[in-house]
Write a protein that binds this ligand. Structure first.
Ligand code: ADP
Ligand code: MG
Length: 142
């Protein structure tokens, strides 16, 4: 089943992230975020982290491939794999091992498709018009 959700502001996208975090709880899960630069992948992640009270520490992982967040109940790994030149680089940093450790949120995850676990949540973000704040989210269990 594919769920379609529309947001009209950064705040609404953060709320969506928070809601998805609530449905997942502390369970291990991989979430793949697909969407162009500025789509809202990092804002979604901020909202997700806020559910666990971990958002204050967020920094864009643009210059590190993965940022780690944890409290006493949950470990969350936030990846941005855009700058990896290929999937072998993901294997080289031990990327696959994170899937077993906690919740993984992967910006540009489609670029490492072959390394993804068998089951994951795919979230595609689309814009109808670059000039406005509307974003369309397609959420699907794979
Ligand atoms: P990405 O990580 O996909 O490159 P970011 O989350 O870093 O994108 O940035 C999204 C940008 O778009 C932010 O500047 C944010 O304020 C803006 N924005 C406008 N409308 C929305 C929306 N509906 N959802 C998320 N971000 C939005
Ligand atoms: Mg980002």
């Amino acid at each position: 089943m594919k769920l379609k959700v529309i947001t009209n502001s950064e705040e609404e996208t953060k709320n969506l992230g928070k809601k998805i975090a609530e449905t997942i709880g502390n369970n291990k899960k991989t979430i793949v975020l697909i969407g162009d630069l500025g789509a809202g992948k990092t804002k979604f992640t901020e909202g997700f982290l806020s559910y666990h009270n971990l958002e204050k520490e967020i920094s864009s992982p643009t210059f590190t491939i993965v940022n780690e967040y944890e409290n006493s109940k949950v470990k969350i790994y936030h990846f941005d794999v855009y700058r990896l030149s290929d999937v072998d680089e993901f294997y080289a940093i031990g990327g696959e091992e994170y899937f077993e450790k906690g919740i993984c949120i992967i910006e540009w995850g489609e670029l490492i498709k072959e390394a993804l676990p068998k089951h994951y949540m795919e979230i595609k973000i689309e814009r109808e018009d670059n000039s406005d704040d509307k974003r369309i989210f397609y959420i699907e269990e794979k």
